[in-house]
Each structure stands twice: as structure tokens, then as C-alpha cells.
Design a protein around this ligand. Structure first.
Ligand code: URA
Length: 190
């Protein structure tokens, strides 16, 4: 099986298992992922927003535009990385995902990472960071690569601020851009 077909199986299983049925009911569709299953780098956001819900792809709204710009700044095409979210249905009114929603989707995210086996996982915001680094504070550890293990998989993880949070906050925006700029060097060393 190719990575692509293994990922398609996981996507179908989320539907078959009825994960977060209530969220699913209020959403247009499952927003599973975008990008390249052979990628060295996987980005994990929080949950789809309005545009993502409509288009069925993660990070296609304002935060996505900023993410694309930062990828370009470090010489990466969006099509060369893999982008997903911890929660894969849009929460109503863009509220934060609930702990039980993150918990329900966590095993599927782990399986995605088991298939892709990227060199680097980049979490965007605290919601996707907290299952990997339960006691960490993003304000203290953003931009510092960490060696972690979940299940059998050993992984280097880079926690970053969420692009939506940084978009209109000048100092956080610059911090995110500076942290982002370190990605090529971090990947090169792995
Ligand atoms: N914010 C996220 O965390 N994910 C998206 O897909 C879009 C915005």
C-alpha cells in the first residue's frame, strides 16, 4: 500500500467510526489534510474554520494565507509539506475545540504520523501541541525543537504559535516568522 492509500483508509475510518458525530452534523465535510504524504515536514493546526469547512482543505483562509507566505519565505512549496489539524470538523462558530473532541481525533492523527513518518512535526498553537507535550507552555517553548515519543514513534517536534493568533499581533507575528525561519536548519540537522 502507498502512503496515500493508507491515509485514505484512515480518512474513511473517521467517517465509518462516526468520530465526533455532533460536530460532523454541524459541519459541511471532513477536513482531513492537504499536501504531500511523502513530506519531511508535517504541520498540525487546531480545527477547520469557515473557509476550510467549505473547501474541505486545511488552512485555506486568512491563517492559511499567512502560513503559505511563511512557507514561501523559507523556500518551501505548500505542495511539498503535509498539513492537517488535530480536530477535523469545524467547531460551531469557530469556538475552540473541546478536550473530548481533541481526544477523539488524537488516535487518527497518530496514525497519520505513523504512515508519513516525517522528519519534523510542527504544531501550530497550543491545541495541537498539548497531546505531544502535555505540561508545556507555548509561550515558553515556542521555536525550540523537542525530541518526543508517542507510542512507538520517536519524533522531533517544533511547537510554534498559531498563525491566526499571530496574524494581527505585531510582536507575535514577528516571533512566529523568526521561529519559522529556523525550520530549514532544524530539518537539515535531522
Ligand atoms: N486554523 C486551523 O487551526 N486550522 C485550519 O485549518 C485553519 C485555521
Amino acid at each position: 500500500m502507498t502512503k496515500q492509500s493508507e491515509l485514505q483508509t484512515i480518512q474513511q475510518q473517521i467517517l465509518d467510526d462516526g468520530v465526533c458525530a455532533e460536530l460532523a452534523q454541524g459541519a459541511t465535510q471532513l477536513v482531513f489534510a492537504d499536501g504531500n504524504p511523502e513530506a519531511d515536514i508535517v504541520f498540525i493546526g487546531e480545527a477547520p474554520g469557515k473557509n476550510e469547512d467549505i473547501q474541505g482543505k486545511p488552512f485555506v483562509g486568512a491563517a492559511g494565507k499567512f502560513l503559505n507566505e511563511m512557507l514561501e519565505m523559507i523556500g518551501l512549496q505548500r505542495s511539498s509539506v503535509y498539513i492537517t489539524n488535530i480536530v477535523k470538523y469545524r467547531p460551531p462558530d469557530n469556538r475552540d475545540p473541546l478536550p473530548e473532541e481533541k481526544k477523539a481525533f488524537w488516535p487518527y492523527l497518530v496514525r497519520q504520523l505513523n504512515v508519513i513518518k516525517p522528519k519534523l512535526v510542527v504544531t501550530l498553537g497550543r491545541h495541537s501541541m498539548e497531546y505531544f507535550l502535555p505540561n508545556a507552555k507555548i509561550s515558553q517553548i515556542h521555536g525550540e525543537p523537542k525530541r518526543i515519543q508517542f507510542g512507538e514513534q520517536k519524533q522531533v517536534l517544533l511547537p510554534l504559535f498559531h498563525p491566526a493568533a499571530a496574524l494581527y499581533n505585531g510582536s507575535m507575528r514577528q516571533t512566529l516568522i523568526d521561529d519559522f525561519a529556523r525550520i530549514p536548519m532544524i530539518v537539515e540537522k535531522l
